[in-house]
Write a protein that binds this ligand. Structure first.
Ligand SMILES: Nc1ncnc2c1ncn2[C@@H]1O[C@H](COP(=O)(O)OP(=O)(O)OP(=O)(O)O)[C@@H](O)[C@H]1O
Ligand SMILES: [Mg+2]
Length: 320
């Protein structure tokens, strides 16, 4: 946790965000349901949950990165420094995507123009944003060799390209980084180096981070706070130390037990995630939960104990 940044008002406020996709065969897919969360400047927020739980949809929503016709309905508010991204005109949205909030893609090759040398791509970003920083300084800040401007993207390794995405984000003057599994496609050494780079950049550049990962141990290592998604619902939101010591939602507890440990068999969560084209009423984890009872079949509010949780069995609590 860095400095006293949590004293400030949120840099990003997400209120009751719901996203419904148009699926070619399934029809409507309810990818996110009433998600609310705040992110404070300088905070590193981890986002975890099983495949299909809505993590990428959350990041795409923040920059409205949906293709035409991809969604059937998107509702709620996404406030960046108090301005609603959902209501932004095209120009303001483009400026936001190129500047304030920067998406770090999982597959870095897709983030660059393959036929333009790296130096030109970086210089264009610097010029476009009127950055006072120069390419060599940005490359050095991201641990890149000063000779790479003469190369094309395909001349770089995955790890180098991933570093370059961070250099681009700095060139663009980004304040928030959205990183959707940024290390999944990398080998173990490169993965470690990128995580260390992110840590350094968070410290030195006062960035805010939303970090999606399936790897809870990475989230524990890198982020201050984490939110857990299940079936398109935010089910737990807590500072990391507390979350990993005292997970309150049975799903979070089960997920943490799935982290491989040398002294025990890896946990498994029996059953399957919900079908979001026919979303369940009540707690989406109900059919797989060992603690479920009748009350869980109704709507479960987000409750506050030592941290926020959407489960009746986590008490004592006060309702939000
Ligand atoms: N373009 C789309 N059209 C229709 N349904 C979609 C689309 N994109 C995602 N979905 C569905 O929305 C739900 C949430 O998907 P999302 O990609 O946000 O999950 P995720 O948590 O990022 O999963 P993963 O961990 O596999 O990346 C899933 O049921 C998924 O199948
Ligand atoms: Mg995803």
């Amino acid at each position: 946790m860095r400095g006293n940044s949590f004293a400030f008002r949120p840099i990003l406020e997400i209120k009751n965000l719901s996203v419904v996709y148009n699926h070619r065969t399934l029809g409507r897919v309810y990818a996110l349901s009433n998600v609310s969360l705040d992110v404070r400047p300088g905070e590193a927020l981890g986002i975890a949950g099983e495949s299909g739980s809505g993590k990428s949809t959350l990041l795409k929503s923040i920059l409205r990165l949906f293709n035409p016709g991809e969604t059937a309905a998107v509702s709620g508010e996404i406030l960046y420094l108090g301005r609603d991204v959902m209501k932004m005109e095209k120009d303001a949205l483009l400026a936001l995507r190129r500047g304030g909030i920067y998406m770090i893609f999982q597959h870095p090759y897709s983030a660059f123009n393959p036929v333009i040398k790296i130096g030109r791509q970086l210089d264009e970003t610097i010029r476009l944003h009127g950055s006072r920083r120069e390419a060599p300084e940005l490359l050095e800040a991201c641990g890149l060799d000063g000779r790479i401007p003469d190369l094309f993207p395909h001349n770089l390794s995955g790890g180098q390209l991933q570093r370059l995405q961070f250099a681009m984000a700095l060139a663009a003057g980004a304040r928030i980084l959205l990183a959707d599994e940024p290390t999944t496609s990398l080998d173990a050494v490169s993965q470690f180096e990128i995580i260390e780079l992110i840590k350094t950049l968070l410290e030195k550049e006062s960035l805010t981070l939303l970090f999606v990962s399936h790897d809870l141990s990475l989230i524990k290592y890198l982020t201050d706070r984490a939110v857990i998604f299940y079936g398109g619902t935010l089910i737990e939101d807590s500072p990391c130390p507390d979350l990993f010591k005292h997970p309150l939602h049975p799903y979070t507890d089960a997920l943490i037990k799935c982290i491989p440990q040398p002294d025990r068999d890896p946990g498994i969560i029996p059953g399957d995630p919900p079908d979001l084209s026919n979303p369940p009423v009540g707690c989406p984890f109900f059919p797989r939960c060992s603690k479920s009872c009748d009350i869980c079949l109704g709507s479960v509010p987000l409750m506050r104990t030592s941290h926020k949780v959407r489960c009746f069995n986590a008490g004592p609590y006060t309702e939000f």
